[in-house]
Design a protein around this ligand. Structure first.
Ligand SMILES: [Zn+2]
Ligand SMILES: [Zn+2]
Length: 149
């Protein structure tokens, strides 16, 4: 299913389009390419979350819409105390439940270490795709972050 780019926001009916959306976004903005993506899935199997984060500090937490389990995405818990997290609300429909995942910009060669984490989300009600926060990783090793979405 192609991503609908005709409106003010990009939309898709499919959570699997978050990754191509993030790749396109990085290309359009001329930022570091995103090489890998992991979709967020709760331990209960759900892929619907309320999202909270700080787009300046760069951190995000997902709270399962089904079982309420909270999970800090990647290393977000380490920075939560210095952040001013706010709950994400859809710009299009004011919904607050999203599919979510993280794109990773990997260093070539060694490791491979993660250089940048970019969160992507899709509103489950109206399909709007977005990236509400991203942050730089400046330590090594960091490849374990890929398994902490
Ligand atoms: Zn759950
Ligand atoms: Zn929406």
């Amino acid at each position: 299913m192609p991503i609908d780019k005709s409106g003010d926001f990009w939309k898709s009916p499919d959570a699997a389009d978050i990754f191509p959306f993030l790749k396109d976004l990085a290309r359009e903005e001329g930022t570091i390419p995103i090489n890998q993506y992991r979709a967020a899935t709760c331990t209960c199997g759900s892929n619907r979350f309320r999202l909270t984060g700080d787009d300046e500090e760069g951190c995000a937490r997902r709270d399962c819409a089904q079982c309420k389990t909270s999970h800090f995405i990647c290393d977000s818990g380490d920075y939560w105390g210095e952040a001013e997290p706010a709950k994400l609300i859809c710009h299009g429909c004011a919904g607050d439940i999203f599919n979510a995942g993280a794109g990773f910009s990997l260093e070539k060669g060694k490791g491979p270490d993660v250089q940048w984490v970019t969160i992507g989300q899709r509103c489950v009600r109206c399909g709007i795709l977005g990236s509400f926060t991203d942050w730089k990783i400046s330590y090594s090793p960091s490849s374990h972050l890929i398994d902490q979405v």
